[in-house]
Design a protein. Structure first.
Length: 280
């Protein structure tokens, strides 16, 4: 009976103790939640992306344009260096034709300097060796013809430019003499400068034309040698293959196997590659 009474009292006091604990003076800690706010901010930024530009590309582009356009006031060297580079490239391009010409001249010279007899003696198949050399002569002969045609066409164009530049210089010279007679020295100074430029232009193109003309002569000379050697090889193919020495065979003197006789000279119209090129 006593135990039941104590249990009843404990059950009655338990709610009171719980209420007393909940009614304390200490305030509960606030729970800070930022996920909702962050998501709202992100959605706002994404929704405004089409009208809001957070990158400085536009401003940077304007600044760059202003900076590069004011080369007089700001130390901008990029454009000047670019123009200098283009100038060097153009100079290199102008020299490329000359380099190509000399390369072809060296190639032709290498073919013509071949000691045919020695080359055949060192070859295991004399027939194939002489055929290969004959084809090499034909190839360089065709290349030489094409180059002479190209240079002849270029020479004609340069001839017209030389005449044009010479006429311009002469016109300035006549005008200068006239203003000097009239004692118009202010205009004479300007004409004198223009005449100097015109003379320089004329001298430059004239020098270029002279170089082209000289190159034509060089190729023409080598072309004749190619034709002469090719005719000699074809006319004496079997003799060269057999390794024999002959007497007084036209063209064979070129191979140092002629014991006696006069050097062979090419007849007009006998060339299998020959073409005539006008020189100026």
């Amino acid at each position: 009976m006593m135990i039941l009474r104590n249990t009843t009292i404990a059950v009655a006091l338990l709610p009171c103790l719980l209420l007393a604990a909940c009614g304390g003076d200490s305030e509960p800690n606030e729970l800070h939640v930022s996920g909702a706010k962050t998501s709202v901010s992100i959605m706002h930024i994404l929704s405004k992306r089409s009208v809001q530009n957070n990158r400085p590309s536009g401003v940077l582009g304007i600044f760059s344009g202003i900076y590069t356009s004011q080369g007089v006031f700001l130390p901008v060297q990029g454009a000047l260096e670019g123009m200098k580079s283009l100038g060097e490239i153009m100079k290199g391009s102008s020299n490329s034709t000359s380099d190509e010409n000399f390369s072809l001249l060296r190639e032709v010279g290498d073919i013509l300097q071949v000691n045919v007899v020695d080359a055949l003696n060192r070859s295991s198949n004399r027939s194939e060796a002489i055929d290969a050399y004959t084809q090499s002569l034909r190839n360089v002969g065709i290349l030489a013809e094409r180059k002479m045609t190209e240079l002849s066409s270029l020479n004609k164009e340069q001839k017209g430019e030389v005449k044009e530049k010479r006429d311009i210089a002469r016109n300035f010279e006549r005008s200068l003499r006239e203003v000097l007679r009239n004692q118009d020295y202010s205009q004479a100074s300007e004409l004198e400068q223009q005449l100097a430029v015109a003379n320089a232009d004329h001298a430059e193109i004239k020098t270029t034309q002279d170089q082209t003309n000289d190159m034509i002569k060089r190729f023409d000379t080598l072309h004749d040698v190619i034709v002469k050697r090719l005719q000699a090889v074809e006319a004496n193919r079997e003799i060269l293959i057999a390794g024999l020495r002959v007497i007084d065979v036209p063209g064979i003197v070129d191979f140092n196997i002629l014991e006696e006789g006069k050097p062979w000279r090419k007849k007009k119209g006998s060339s299998i590659l020959q073409k005539k090129y006008e020189l100026y």
